[in-house]
Design a binder for this molecule. Structure first.
Ligand code: PMP
Length: 425
C-alpha cells in the first residue's frame, strides 16, 4: 500500500474520482445503516431468557429473605456475591441496586459534591471550584453527568495502558480543586484498552498524594467480564491495591449486568469501604424503600457458578462482528497513513482516529450515504474533540450483513475525506 501523503497530484485525482463514483453508487442505494448503538444484539438477549424461569414459586433468598417484600437496601447476599465476582471486590463490600450503574454514579457524584461520602469527608462544594480528570477519548454519559453538576472536566490522554499517570500524579499533588478521576479500566469505552498493573497500583495510591483530602477514584468497570478471548486478560485488583494503600474509602467501583443479561432489566453494583456503602445506603433510603430483590435473586440463580460460560456464549456472537470490523479497517485503510484504530479484546467499541480535522466531515458524509455514526466529538467532554479526529464504532447491535455494508461505507467516507484534505493541502 502506498502512503497517501506520497501520492502525486494526478494519482490523487484519479483515486478521488473512483471513490466519488463509489460514494455516489452508495447514496443511490438508500441505505439505513447504524453503528451508533452500544447495546447487545437480539441474539445476545436471547442468551438470558432463562431468567424467566428462575423463581418457580421459590421467593426466598439463601438467608431466608422474602424477596417479594420491601427492604434490604444493601441487596441480598447472593446478588452481592455476583457483583463481587464481576467487579473483583469481596461481597461484603458490595451494594446491589436497580438496573443502572449510571444512576449509582450520579448518586455518588452528587453525594460527594453536596454531602461527603464518609463521615468527616468535606463535601467537594466546600472548597469552591471542583474539577475532575476525564481520560479521553471516553464515555459521553460520564461527561454529561459531570457537566450537569457544574463540575469542570480536565482532559487527560488515555494510552494503551491507561491514563498518563505522570501527568495525573503531578496535577493532583499540586491542585486541590481536582477531586476525582473517571476510569473505565477494562475495555475502556471507546478505545478498549486495559489499565496496566502499574496504573491500577498508582490509582490506588493517588489519594495518598492528592492535595485534596476528599479525592476519589471513580472506577466504572462496565466491561469487567466482557471478554472476546479466553483465557481472558486480567485487570489487576483495585480493591487489593487500595487495601494495601489504606485508601479503600476513596475507591468507588461500579458494575452492572446490563451487557451480561438484559440491558434494560438487569441489576447494578457499587463497591467500596463499609463507611461509604453506609452513606450511599442512607442516601438511597431517601429515594426508595428497596430495589427489586426478585430480579437480584433471579440474576444470582441464573449466573452464579456459570458467569464465564455465559460470557463465552456472548463472545461467540460478538467475536465475528469485531473480527469483521478489524478486517474491513485493515483491508481498506492500513498502510495509507490516513487513520489508526484499536483492536480490542473485549468490550463494546472500536475507536477510530482519522486525520486531524476530519472526524465531523466523515460522520456527515456517512450520514449522506445512509450510515448513522455516533456524533464526532461525543467521546470528549462538552462534545469537543480538540483535534476533531476520533470516531466511535459500535459493532454489537448490527447483524453481520448490515455491519459489513456499514463498514464499507465508513471506509469510503474516511478515504474520500482524507483525499479531499490532501488535495487542498
Ligand atoms: N459505563 C460505561 C462505560 C458504559 O459504556 C455504559 C453503557 N453504555 C454504562 C456505564 C451504563 O451502565 P448501566 O446500564 O449499568 O447504567
Amino acid at each position: 500500500m502506498t502512503h497517501w501523503a506520497t501520492l502525486s497530484r494526478d494519482q490523487r485525482h484519479v483515486l478521488a474520482s473512483e471513490l466519488r463514483a463509489s460514494f455516489t453508487r452508495l447514496t443511490s442505494n438508500r441505505l439505513a445503516l447504524d453503528l451508533t448503538r452500544g447495546k447487545p444484539g437480539t441474539s445476545q438477549l436471547e442468551l438470558s431468557n432463562a431468567l424467566d424461569h428462575q423463581m418457580n414459586g421459590d421467593y426466598k433468598s439463601r438467608e431466608g429473605v422474602d424477596v417479594r417484600n420491601y427492604g434490604g437496601l444493601r441487596g441480598i447476599v447472593e446478588a452481592r456475591e455476583l457483583g463481587g465476582e464481576i467487579m473483583d471486590v469481596p461481597a461484603a463490600n458490595v451494594l446491589v441496586a436497580g438496573n443502572s450503574s449510571l444512576a449509582l454514579m450520579h448518586l455518588v457524584m452528587e453525594t460527594a459534591l453536596h454531602r461527603g461520602l464518609w463521615p468527616g469527608m468535606a463535601p467537594w462544594q466546600e472548597s469552591g471550584k471542583v474539577r475532575v480528570f476525564t481520560p479521553v477519548p471516553g464515555y459521553d454519559r460520564h461527561f454529561a453527568l459531570t457537566a450537569s453538576l457544574g463540575i469542570e472536566m480536565q482532559n487527560i490522554t488515555l494510552g494503551a495502558d491507561g491514563p498518563d499517570m505522570d501527568v495525573v500524579r503531578e496535577a493532583v499533588r499540586r491542585d486541590a480543586s481536582i477531586k476525582a478521576i473517571w476510569c473505565v479500566p477494562k475495555y475502556s469505552n471507546p478505545t478498549g484498552c486495559i489499565y496496566s498493573d502499574e496504573v491500577v497500583l498508582q490509582m490506588a495510591e493517588l489519594p495518598k498524594i492528592a492535595a485534596a483530602r476528599n479525592f476519589v477514584v471513580l472506577w466504572d468497570n462496565a466491561y469487567a467480564v466482557h471478554d472476546l478471548l479466553f483465557p481472558a486478560p486480567r485487570l489487576a485488583s483495585l480493591f487489593a491495591a487500595a487495601d494495601l494503600a489504606g485508601t479503600q474509602r476513596h475507591m468507588l467501583q461500579f458494575g452492572s449486568t446490563s451487557k451480561i443479561t438484559f440491558a434494560g432489566a438487569g441489576i447494578s453494583f457499587v463497591g467500596s469501604d463499609e463507611s461509604v456503602l453506609k452513606r450511599i445506603e442512607e442516601q438511597l433510603s431517601l429515594m426508595t424503600v428497596g430495589y427489586d430483590k426478585l430480579n437480584q435473586l433471579r440474576h444470582a440463580r441464573f449466573l452464579n457458578g456459570r458467569l464465564t460460560a455465559h460470557m463465552q456464549a456472548h463472545a461467540q456472537i460478538l467475536r465475528p462482528k469485531f473480527d469483521l470490523v478489524a478486517k474491513k479497517l485493515h483491508a481498506g485503510l492500513s498502510g495509507l497513513g490516513i487513520a489508526t484504530w484499536t483492536n480490542p479484546q473485549g468490550g463494546y467499541f472500536v475507536s477510530l482516529d482519522v486525520m486531524p480535522g476530519l472526524a465531523k466531515r466523515v460522520v456527515s458524509l456517512a450520514k449522506e450515504a445512509g450510515l448513522a455514526m455516533t456524533a464526532a466529538g461525543a467521546t470528549f467532554p462538552y462534545g469537543l474533540d480538540p483535534e476533531d479526529r476520533n470516531i466511535r464504532i459500535a459493532p454489537t447491535f448490527a447483524e453481520l450483513d448490515a455491519l459489513e455494508a456499514a463498514m464499507d461505507v465508513l471506509v469510503i467516507c474516511v478515504k474520500l475525506t482524507a483525499l479531499e484534505s490532501l488535495q487542498t493541502a
